[in-house]
Design a protein around this ligand. Structure first.
Ligand SMILES: [Ca+2]
Length: 471
């Protein structure tokens, strides 16, 4: 009996030594994708069968928030594990310069711990479309990867019917640029004409290559749609005739209690869009989302076909959300729910499918996935390990999520405080989940407001105290 136990222990020894299973990690990040466009998050028009299927196989998080509502700082934060306040990586950088050479990014941490790490296309910040048209690295962090690939694509230079759906490109003040304008192209040709099509093809190729590899892999795949320009193969537009498009309800006076600032200025009025242009934008956004969905499907099929699905953690998310006409607002940068919340689906081998309503943040990915793969969590990164949620989706790790744009968002289960200093917005998310009734100036809620402001202040000071310390 003793001998048998000893023999079993000896057999288990290598597993015990490794401190956990070395699952592969497949991290798929979309760009500017709001959860509200996905079937699994309740959209009844936009077709996303592959992402919906993934959601039924893993844990779908309904209250996951980005740490910044635009590309650069959100990606720097989730990849390095620091809040933008702490790292000061608030612009279009990788975050490397700000956090310093001695810190390891999420991918680099895996690379240093026995993983083969690879990037395809936009993971750290890239300018879309300029870096995509050139096939350039953008604000990459080369030390994070064993191999990295860019996917050059024609973007708006592709052939096919094209239109511009805002009379004031960018929707901003005159002369502030047009990189956020609603340029639409129903492109001729197939998926492979485009950057994202090439990205998926490269991912499929690497998954086949990795099948024979001894090391586990950390493969990060970035899609650039549905970021503008809204360019996708024509076939994906076919499901969305303009007559079928339904805009969010237009509530008279809805804009009146939203403070005007640079985060809130991408409105229908500022973009000068008529109803057909608004619907056309939504239609092209949905086509772009369906395009990404089809490509996610191709990658997951390859993961299965190569027999690696059962030992791979699959993550699907976006760098932040997006407005599609709610409050007559468009785009990102606002810190309202549509812009600050992200889709987040994580499939962990051996864990049951679930829907998790607990608050979580993109910054939690680094420590959580490290723990799930048996890697040590670096002591000074600022996210939290939420891996307990895969065993029990009712587990709570945070009592509030924190995001930022022009201002700061503190999101508890019941309240959303959008803090702009003297001005702000306060919403009862249980009674008013669509954020129509701003209670910020309502004296009946002065106590609640003071409590939330104190909580936000404490949270920010805690983050700053714990900034970029020793590993
Ligand atoms: Ca983005």
């Amino acid at each position: 009996m003793i001998f048998r136990s000893l023999a079993i222990l000896l057999l288990l020894f290598p597993v015990l030594l490794s401190g956990g299973e070395k699952h592969n990690v497949l991290f798929i990040i979309s760009d500017d994708l709001t959860s509200t466009a996905l079937g699994c998050y309740g959209n009844t028009l936009c077709k996303t069968p592959n992402i919906d299927r993934l959601a039924t196989q893993g844990t779908r998080f309904t209250r996951a928030y980005c740490q910044a509502t635009f590309c650069g700082p959100s990606r720097a934060s989730l990849m390095f594990g620091y809040y933008p306040y702490a790292s000061k990586a608030s612009g279009y950088t990788s975050g490397r310069k700000e956090v310093g050479a001695d810190k390891d990014s999420w991918a680099q941490h895996f690379k240093k711990n026995g993983y083969h790490s690879a990037r395809i296309s936009k993971v750290f910040h890239m300018g879309v479309p300029p870096d995509i048209s050139k096939g350039s690295d953008g604000a990459d962090d080369p030390q994070s990867w064993d191999e990295a690939y860019n996917s050059k694509g024609p973007e708006t230079k592709v052939s096919g019917p094209a239109e511009m759906l805002s009379k004031n490109p960018g929707g901003l003040k005159k002369g502030t640029g047009s990189s956020q304008s609603f340029n639409v192209v129903e492109a001729d040709g197939d998926d492979l004409v485009h950057s994202d099509g090439k990205t998926a093809q490269k991912a499929v190729e690497l998954l086949h290559k990795y099948k024979a590899m001894e090391k586990p892999f950390f493969l990060a795949v970035g899609f650039v749609r549905p970021h503008v320009p809204l360019v996708a193969p024509k076939k994906y537009f076919a499901s969305y005739p303009l007559g079928k498009i339904v805009l969010p309800p237009k509530i008279p006076g809805d804009q009146d209690d939203i403070p005007q600032n640079s985060g809130n200025r991408r409105t229908t009025a500022n973009y000068q869009m008529d109803l057909n242009q608004q619907k056309g934008t939504l239609r092209a956004y949905y086509a772009s989302v369906s395009f990404v969905d089809a490509l996610v499907g191709k990658i997951l099929t390859a993961l299965e076909a190569t027999g690696q699905r059962d030992d791979t953690i699959v993550i699907f998310t976006s760098d932040h959300g997006y407005h599609l006409g709610e409050h007559d607002m468009w785009q990102k940068v606002s810190i309202h729910e549509e812009s600050a919340k992200v889709p987040l689906i994580i499939c962990v081998p051996g864990k049951n499918p679930a829907v998790c309503h607990s608050l979580s943040e993109l910054i939690d990915l680094y420590p959580t996935v490290s723990n799930l793969c048996g890697l040590k969590i670096p002591g000074n990164i600022q996210g939290k390990d939420i891996s307990g949620m895969f065993d029990d989706p009712a587990v709570k790790v945070r009592d509030a999520a924190l995001s930022s744009g022009k201002g700061r968002l503190l999101r508890t289960e019941k309240w959303a405080l959008l803090d702009y200093g003297k001005k702000g917005e306060l919403y009862d998310m249980e009674k008013d989940p669509k954020q129509y009734d701003n209670l910020f100036g309502d004296s009946n809620y002065a106590g609640t407001l003071a409590e939330l402001k104190a909580k936000l202040k404490a949270r920010l000071s805690e983050i700053q105290k714990n900034d970029l310390g020793e590993k």
